[in-house]
Write a protein that binds this ligand. Structure first.
Ligand code: PEP
Length: 251
């Protein structure tokens, strides 16, 4: 059956020293208690190697927040999937709404990134979600369906089975507005039906679909109690151990 997962996305926060300190703190907490979900932290590129060297990867997974859409070569400032993998990271967050909105990441670019991540043994945490105007026009279902189809539906069953999805309504990210538990369940169930139509019920049932958008300890329990919500992708509340572990403990 699918895994429950709580994944942090630090975004462009924390110096290297601050990041290693937080990862070390989380690692110590996780070494001393049993939790009921997989726990992952997504860190800036420059933190990855040091963070990976500081944590027990069996208890705390590490994700990059992006990777390049090229294998290697003259792409100044970019970081390839192979480079991410070489740090010890196991995951990569792809398609975050901030990457789509501020860095022009199209479904076609994201398709390439997903393929390169998989080819290099990384597990993509692939983000989808509608903006406020689309929600207000009741277009959220068609928006997320298109995002999934355009970037993921050329994958083989075997490769698709490695994907973690994160539904993140853009209007809820960093805004303090959270989708209600009912809204989250409704669209997660829809997403699973889209996966089932393409890859079959078993693959759909095994796919972890995380919710993201102002998730915190106080609302995580209600969100995670839904049958199709398999955890969270956490921004602001992932930046300190107490808040983040409060969400992990919701499972
Ligand atoms: C995110 O950026 O993935 C996110 C969910 O952010 P926040 O939790 O701060 O809304």
């Amino acid at each position: 059956m699918r895994k429950n997962i709580v994944a942090g996305n630090w975004k462009m926060n924390k110096t290297l020293q601050e990041g290693v300190a937080l990862a070390t703190e989380l690692n110590e907490i996780l070494a001393s208690k049993k939790v009921n979900c997989d726990v992952i932290i997504g860190t800036p590129f420059i933190h990855l190697a040091s963070v990976c060297a500081s944590v027990d990867s069996a208890k705390l997974g590490v994700a990059a927040e992006n990777c390049a859409d090229h294998v290697s070569g003259a792409y100044t400032g970019e970081v390839s999937a192979a480079m991410v993998k070489s740090t010890g990271a196991q995951y990569v967050i792809l398609g975050h709404s901030e990457r789509r909105a501020y860095y022009g990441e199209t479904p076609a670019i994201l398709k390439t990134k997903v393929e390169l991540a998989l080819a290099n043994g990384l597990t993509p945490i692939f983000c989808i979600g509608e903006v406020l105007a689309e929600r207000e026009a009741n277009k959220q279902f068609e928006v997320v369906e298109a995002q999934i189809k355009e970037s993921l539906f050329d994958l083989s069953v075997e490769d698709f089975s490695k994907i973690i999805l994160a539904y993140e309504p853009v209007w809820a990210i960093g805004t303090g507005k959270t989708a209600t538990a009912a809204q989250a369940q409704e669209i997660h169930a829809y997403i699973r039906s889209v996966l089932a139509a393409k890859y079959g019920k078993k693959v759909a049932d095994n796919c972890s679909i995380l919710y993201g958008g102002s998730c915190k300890a106080s609302n995580a329990g209600e969100l995670f109690a839904n049958p199709d919500v398999d955890g969270g992708l956490i921004g602001g509340a992932a930046l300190n151990a107490k808040d983040f572990m409060g969400i992990v403990d919701a499972f």
